[in-house]
Design a protein. Sequence first.
Length: 257
Amino acid sequence: MMKKERLPALFIGHGSPMNAVLDNPFTRAMATLGRDLPRPKAILCVSAHWLTEGELRLNGSMPFETIYDFYGFPDELYSITYAPPPAKTEAERTAALLNPAPALEGRGLDHGAWAILRMIYPRADIPVYQLSVDYPAEGKYHYKLGRRLAPLRDEGVLIVGSGNIAHNLSLMDMKIDARPHAWAVNFDLKVKEYIDKGRRAELADYAGLPGGQLSVPTPDHYWPFLVALGAGLEDKASYPYEGYHHASLSMRAVRFG
């Protein structure tokens, strides 16, 4: 009997919503990643743009609407639709892995999910669902959550965290290619070092790392990274993209397995 292939776990630094309509090294790297990945049965996305408090929630119970959860951007962004099939069976399986089991709901896809999935799988023909981020929970919780989700990788599910390792909007530069702040680079590279040296669980406590407090002033974009990190188990990491946007955003993408 042929052994099933374990799918990778991914973390994608998604940056500005404008990446959904731009042609740049990051967006081209995401298109290349989509061609290199094995085709999953379904995709689970954990996005920085679905935050809940004291609970987890799942969508995938009904067809998706495209959520435009951003303001003041060009009209072309609001004309994009990305409506893959909902992965209801896989969402129910995921609920069974969690305690308490979250109920499924009919929420659409936020831009943390659709903007990157559109780059990687532009045909929108792979079933998708999302798990929310329990925002007040601590870093260790999100890392352990990823560990609990890891069995899905052996069942044909591609786990994707979407956020940014360094994400400080108050100190960003409006130029996408502005020189990155030294603290953002130092933090991003220290995270990579800890991944590669097997010190992954230590990344749950980001504030003590060089540049950590400036890079993660609020943890909403960091928590999805910890979920992907936990789901990656001890698998070797590779980096489909490394770079910075707007001086204060790390656009690093990480592939585990």
